[in-house]
Design a binder for this molecule. Structure first.
Ligand code: ADP
Ligand code: MG
Length: 238
């Protein structure tokens, strides 16, 4: 069964057609990276998958179940944004635990999950700090930890590294790749950074103007771009 299925997803804002019939099948455990120029509809698509926005038409299925109209909290997903959106008055541990507390998960279970996520992300020593006492990279690791503790089957990342400086970006990228191997979860990741796409993806989806231009393994796209646009974007000399 596919982890995520998008069928003919369309989205219009007023008279502007932003998504024009996006189709995609994502296998369980796959790391899929969406790339494409600014404004091509990547974030809109992620928000629709997450249930934060409704498609104008088309179907979203997660683990085979039709998600149209299902609220975000009931989709079995967790999303990591470019801005960390941590609560400044809460400690790292409380920030990570908050969603679970709200869902009524037992305290002992919450503590175990937070400790496990903190170990994965090397945050153990920082659990009692507040966000203002952390570096940008540490804050983004907390935001990722907050997603992990929910044990979603599907992670959605929207340009999670774009606010980090180059040095931190490389390290955090490696961290995300490691997490993917450890968790075996499906990851859908948006970036405009070709290096992130080439190194993280099992499968790259190149979007342009609200449609999927090409889908393939990184080297397939690099060696056999289907259009001039893909060739230019992935940087193949062909
Ligand atoms: P990307 O993430 O690929 O840069 P977005 O999905 O954010 O692109 O945006 C795609 C297009 O949709 C842009 O032209 C953007 O201005 C427009 N858009 C996004 N959200 C809204 C909204 N809530 N209302 C109106 N237009 C929007
Ligand atoms: Mg975006």
């Amino acid at each position: 069964m596919d982890s995520l299925q998008l069928q003919n997803i369309r989205k219009s804002f007023g008279s502007m057609d932003v998504l024009k019939g996006v189709e995609l099948d994502v296998t369980r455990g796959e790391f899929v990276v969406f790339v494409g120029p600014s404004g091509c509809g990547k974030s809109t698509l992620l928000r629709i998958i997450a249930g934060l926005d409704d498609q104008t038409s088309g179907d979203v299925r997660i683990d085979g179940k039709l998600m149209n109209g299902v609220p975000p909290a009931k989709r079995g997903i967790a999303m990591v944004f470019q801005s960390y959106a941590l609560y400044p008055h809460l400690t790292v541990a409380k920030n990570m635990a908050l969603a679970l507390t709200q869902e009524g998960v037992a305290k002992a279970e919450i503590d175990t999950r937070v400790a496990t996520a903190a170990a994965m992300l090397r945050l153990e020593a920082l659990l009692d700090r507040r966000p203002s006492e952390l570096s940008g990279g540490q804050r983004q690791r907390v935001a990722i930890g907050r997603a992990i503790v929910r044990q979603p089957s599907l992670f959605l990342f929207d340009e999670p590294l774009s606010n980090l400086d180059a040095a931190l970006r490389g390290g955090t990228r490696v961290e995300i790749a490691k997490l993917h191997r450890q968790l075996g979860a499906t990851m859908v990741y948006v970036t405009h950074d070709q290096i992130e796409a080439m190194t993280l993806a099992d499968k790259i989806v190149v979007m342009n103007g609200g449609v999927v231009e090409q889908v393939g393994r990184p080297l397939e796209l690099y060696n056999r771009p289907a259009t001039k646009f893909v060739a230019g974007f992935i940087g193949s000399p062909a």
